[in-house]
Design a protein around this ligand. Structure first.
Ligand code: SF4
Ligand code: SF4
Length: 426
């Protein structure tokens, strides 16, 4: 569905500014942490908010403004975190997040997007199959000392494909999460394998910045590859990959013969079945940061494609039920931490109201100033809980929050949930 197809929603925008804040007064605990949108909190100018971007999109479609470098900078100064969409949907059924994304697709089609900083990433996906310009063969190196199957769908098969993702495969600091995960699966007796050098980027970075052609090409090839393996489930540790497989790949029109899960869901299932015997946590109080793509965007989302029905013959509502974000993966990580004996200290903005870490939507690469503002805010919120450890389940969140801790010299440890489960070793 193109940007112009959402014109009705742009016109319906009431300019109410609800999309800037945590939407319900019962959730807001303080002015300090009342903002929901990182872009408006950083730039304090209406055009940077979701409502402001809807006005810009309408103005562009109606010819009142023309594409310009400034317009492009405003459109890409957004993490696509979806808080605005969730806030707006409390009173409407508008597709705010779809519009923000389609705005980027529109600019790319007009030759005005993405940002220059995004172009090397797009080229890297095309040339190397990953976002880090790394040789394909190096993708499996993290697993060299582990007895992990490399699946081919013919001789080597498994029930579960562990899709590792670019960052956990290549980043020297983050490879430990893939190692932790493989060890947890091995200890619990999960029949799993990886794709090794044949794994290709989930293509989220291209989708997020509006390069749809690459998303369609690589996304379809990935679905076909997963189907050929004959696996029952594709499990990933990365919140971004999870959201792509769960919500965006089904739009590509290729039948997916497998279920999609994030590792925290699998760990939780293993815990319930008594197959996970986590080490008792003795590292002090922890606070959990909900990655946007696991929390409010972890719920399956489908665009309405503009279809409407009329209630009482007069009131138009979207045919597809609204995705409100409350059915994402928020309970499982908390239940795991609880089972480990980790005393949880909740941040004010949590679950579907969580504050974005600032890395998503191409912002870490393209708008570093916004990325570090958002992560700095999150670190201050985490520190305000009194916890000494922030736990998350996404490589981008971990990287960006770790950068903020180092910048602020804050006394906070950033860990992945697998670090807590393994207690450093399985
Ligand atoms: S996008 Fe939604 S919440 Fe934001 S100003 Fe428009 S109607 Fe209000
Ligand atoms: S997606 Fe996030 S950063 Fe972008 S406008 Fe909405 S709340 Fe703000």
């Amino acid at each position: 569905m193109a940007l112009k197809d959402y014109k009705k929603d742009m016109v319906r925008c009431a300019r109410c500014s609800v999309c800037k804040f945590i939407p319900l007064s019962s959730i807001i605990k303080s002015w300090r942490f009342a903002y929901g949108c990182p872009a408006i909190a950083r730039y304090h100018f209406h055009s940077y908010s979701a409502g402001g971007k809807l006005i810009l999109a309408l103005s562009l479609l109606e010819g009142r403004i023309t594409p310009s470098p400034k317009l492009r900078d405003v459109v890409y100064a957004c993490t696509l975190c979806g808080l605005c969409d969730h806030a707006c949907k409390i009173g409407t059924d508008m597709e705010v997040l779809e519009i923000l994304h389609e705005f980027r697709v529109h600019l790319v089609e007009k030759g005005e997007g993405p940002l220059e900083a995004h172009r090397p990433i797009i080229e890297s996906i095309k040339n190397y199959g990953n976002v880090w310009m790394q040789p394909r063969a190096r993708r499996e190196r993290w697993a060299k000392d582990l007895d992990v199957k490399i699946l081919d769908g013919k001789k080597v098969k498994a029930d579960v494909l562990y899709y590792v993702g670019c960052t956990y495969s290549y980043d020297p600091e983050l490879q430990r999460v893939a190692i932790n995960t493989a060890r947890i699966f091995q200890t619990a007796g999960v029949d799993f394998g990886i794709l090794g050098r044949n794994e290709v980027c989930c293509v989220s970075p291209a989708y997020m910045v509006g390069v749809t052609s690459l998303f369609e090409e690589v996304g379809r090839a990935n679905i076909e590859l997963f189907n050929e393996l004959g696996v029952e489930t594709v499990v990933t540790s990365c919140a971004g990959c999870y959201s792509m497989f769960k919500s965006k790949y089904p739009r590509l029109g290729v039948k997916m013969n497998f279920e999609v899960k994030h590792t925290v869901q699998v760990f939780y299932e293993l815990l319930q079945k008594g197959k996970l015997s986590p080490a008792r946590w003795n590292g002090g109080q922890v606070t959990y940061h909900d990655p946007c793509h696991l929390g409010r965007l972890g719920e399956r989302r489908e665009p309405s494609h503009g279809r409407e029905k009329y209630v009482l013959g007069t009131m138009p509502v979207k045919e597809i039920p609204k995705a409100m974000g409350a059915k994402g993966i928020c309970d499982e990580p908390r239940a795991l931490l609880d089972a480990l004996g980790a005393e949880g200290k909740e941040m004010e903005r949590r679950r579907e109201y969580a504050w974005c870490c600032g890395a998503g939507g191409g912002v870490k690469t393209g708008v570093p100033d916004l990325a570090s503002f958002a992560s700095g805010e999150r670190i201050q919120e985490a520190v305000s809980t009194g916890a000494g450890v922030l736990v998350t389940a996404c490589p981008w969140c971990e990287k960006n929050l770790q950068d903020a801790v180092e910048q602020a010299r804050a006394g906070l440890r950033i860990l992945d949930i697998t670090d807590v489960i393994t207690g450093g070793e399985v």
